[in-house]
Design a protein around this ligand. Structure first.
Ligand SMILES: [Zn+2]
Length: 313
């Protein structure tokens, strides 16, 4: 996909729930993916019909999910703010229940969302009056060179061909615009070793493979950071001339990834304080979420409670 090497090593046979899932690591570049990859049509049907039900147990966002996504949206908005000009036109790919889109509009931007799940997309349209296109990046059509900022939070790893997605986004982005992408970090050690792979995540990136793929598809990374726990990788790209990948650097990257994954053992994980702190944080989060949504029925009221600290534009 990235380097065209035909040599990949099997690094996992199971997903995080213990179900069979083969994941391979390319020896040429360090990109990892599910093997075999699902057919694009089957994947589109899965996101349209099954994904939300499988992972959230619902066909429209529940109140606690709205609250959780609202809190995430606030963090994401703060992360993106330095690249947002006043009245920017923003595209949120994988806009879900519309929480981040709602915040963009609340803060004076023009915003469009793309969401493959009809229930979530229609909820965002109906509940908040947002502009959401139902479908995937591969299916929908948007005007060329129209967006100042395109955001993809935890979307690229779900797509059948990330290169195709990036090429389409490149067309929709203004020459002066930015593309912001967050994906799980393949090298993360904040989760247990057997929790790394997820059936819905088809590709696994680290900083080197994500920036190299962007470069090949006509984007130059101008900023990259990891979340405090190292679990997520966030990269901001600007449109640039496409450039071939640096094969020598990527071969070294593959070695680096292989070493990192090998070093992240069960023993090391469970003798560190990380998993216990994480469990406590999750429990506290669930308690806070239930407390926060009590007495609030409308999505808008829940989101306004999340965004109370941010003055509206
Ligand atoms: Zn490769």
């Amino acid at each position: 996909m990235l380097c065209e090497a035909r040599d990949a090593a099997l690094i996992s046979c199971k997903d995080r729930y213990g179900r069979p899932l083969r994941t391979v690591l390319c020896r040429g570049c360090g990109l990892a993916w599910s093997d075999p990859l699902p057919a694009p049509d089957a994947l589109a049907a899965y996101y349209r019909e099954h994904y939300r039900w499988e992972y959230q147990g619902t066909h429209r966002p529940r109140r606690v999910h709205i609250y959780r996504n609202g809190r995430n949206a606030l963090e994401r908005f703060r992360q993106l703010r330095r690249w947002l000009a006043p009245q920017a036109y923003v595209l949120d790919v994988g806009s879900g229940g519309g929480e981040l889109l709602y915040l963009f509009v609340r803060q004076g931007c023009r915003a469009t969302g793309v969401e493959p799940h009809p229930g979530y997309a229609e909820f965002a349209i109906r509940e908040y009056g947002l502009d959401v296109r139902i479908g995937s990046v591969e299916q929908i059509e948007l005007e060329a060179a129209s967006f100042d900022l395109i955001a993809l939070y935890h979307v690229l790893e779900h797509t059948a061909c990330p290169a195709v997605v990036l090429a389409r986004l490149r067309r929709w982005l203004k020459p002066t615009g930015v593309l912001a992408i967050e994906v799980p970090n393949l090298e993360a050690t904040c989760q247990a070793p057997n929790h790394r792979f997820h059936r819905a995540h088809l590709f696994h990136f680290n900083r080197a493979t994500l920036t190299a793929l962007g470069r090949r598809e006509g984007f130059l990374a101008e900023h990259a950071e990891l979340s405090p726990d190292g679990g997520n990788l966030f990269v901001v790209f600007r449109p640039a001339e496409p450039a071939p990948v640096d094969r020598a650097a990527l071969r070294e990257n593959s070695e680096r990834v292989r070493r990192r994954l090998e070093q992240h053992t069960w023993l090391r994980h469970y003798t560190s304080p990380l998993p216990y702190l994480r469990a406590v944080r999750r429990l506290m989060r669930a308690v806070n979420e239930h407390r926060a949504v009590r007495g609030r029925c409308r999505g808008r009221d829940i989101l306004e409670a999340c965004f109370a600290t941010l003055p509206a534009a």
